[in-house]
Design a protein. Structure first.
Length: 162
């Protein structure tokens, strides 16, 4: 019998000098600086997608969706996540739960956490209670503390499809 699989994903994106919003977990959050990226810069969905691929021991999103490939150059990260979800199903697994921690000094994530969870649950065909999104600052320490960028950790547990 197949066993459960755990996966971890981590991603960082730097803030640009200016902008009007950041895309985080498929939700556009107003902010005075955007995140630098080839794609929509959704650092949360990148970390989550990498966690899912990690649980499958199936590489990472840079390998499956290279930004050097025009097909993925300006990709919607929700579409990447949905593609990864298909790989999870095809491998014979289903999401048990995901726990995501956003490290950011700004913008404030808390007011948007529910919408982010709903968006992820929709794309992974999961229940809201399977998706946790929480946020912390780093007390002014390091690149996150200096508000130079946002970092995200994601942990997922997959269970075999019955
Ligand atoms: Mg990324």
């Amino acid at each position: 019998m197949a066993s459960m699989r755990i996966g971890h994903g981590f991603d960082v994106h730097a803030f640009d000098e200016s902008g009007d919003s950041v895309m985080l977990g498929g939700v556009q959050i107003p902010h005075d600086r955007r995140l630098i990226a080839h794609s929509d810069g959704d650092v949360l969905l990148h970390a989550l997608s990498d966690a899912l691929l990690g649980a499958l021991a199936d590489g990472d999103i840079g390998q499956h969706f290279p930004d050097t490939d025009p097909a993925w150059a300006d990709a919607d990260s929700r579409e990447l996540l949905r593609q990864v979800a298909i790989r999870v199903t095809e491998a014979g697994y289903a999401l048990a739960n995901a726990d995501i921690t956003v490290l950011a000094e700004t913008p404030k994530i808390g007011p948007h956490a529910l919408r982010i969870r709903q968006t992820i649950a929709t794309d992974l065909r999961a229940e809201l209670g399977q998706i946790s999104v929480k946020a912390t600052t780093t007390e002014g320490l390091g690149f996150v503390g200096r508000a130079e960028g946002i970092a995200v950790h994601a942990v997922v547990l997959l269970e075999p499809l019955s």
